[in-house]
Write a protein that binds this ligand. Structure first.
Ligand code: 6IA
Length: 142
């Protein structure tokens, strides 16, 4: 099972620690191709050693190889939105997750799309429990 985890970079890095812990949890279900999203060294300016074009091409190739996209949409990010739409076009299974706080309003383009699973979480315990159920059902179906 290959998992593409998407989370905000230039959209803002304040949930970085959450991403790190979610990625760590996801690793029990498969290989997370985008481990760096939770990385301490990845600031909002990102990976300096790669050009934007290299990042774009590498990320899309990983998305193509993946079985499932797990996108944290707590922080609105153009890149994450683009990855969700691309994964949908590639007919990937998509799970969008968000932290329920600060009256976060999820875009209608996400909340209104029946091809996506969208799940809010209050804390990581709740999210981990949900992920277990999600992968249980997903693995059985595929
Ligand atoms: O628009 P954002 O930067 O918030 O988009 C974040 C999403 O796009 C993530 O889910 C990543 O998969 C992808 N992405 C965007 N930028 C990068 C990046 N470095 N490294 C890896 N993945 C990325 C930023 C480039 C740097 C030279 C500034």
């Amino acid at each position: 099972m290959k998992i593409y985890f998407a989370g905000s970079i230039r959209g803002g890095r304040e949930n970085r620690e959450y991403y790190r812990r979610i990625i760590e949890n996801l690793q029990q279900y498969g290989q997370v191709l985008t481990e760096h999203i939770g990385g301490e060294n990845l600031s909002s300016t990102g990976e300096d050693e790669l050009t934007d074009e290299q990042i774009y091409k590498r990320d899309l190739s990983w998305l193509k190889q993946s079985d499932v996209l797990v996108a944290d949409i707590s922080i609105p990010s153009l890149g994450v939105g683009y990855e969700i739409a691309s994964a949908e076009a590639l007919k990937k299974k998509i799970l969008c997750i968000y932290r329920k706080k600060n009256n976060l309003n999820i875009s209608a383009m996400i909340a209104g799309n029946n091809n996506l699973e969208v799940k809010g979480y209050i804390d990581l315990e709740e999210l981990y429990h949900y992920l277990q159920k999600f992968f249980d059902v997903f693995v059985k179906k595929s």
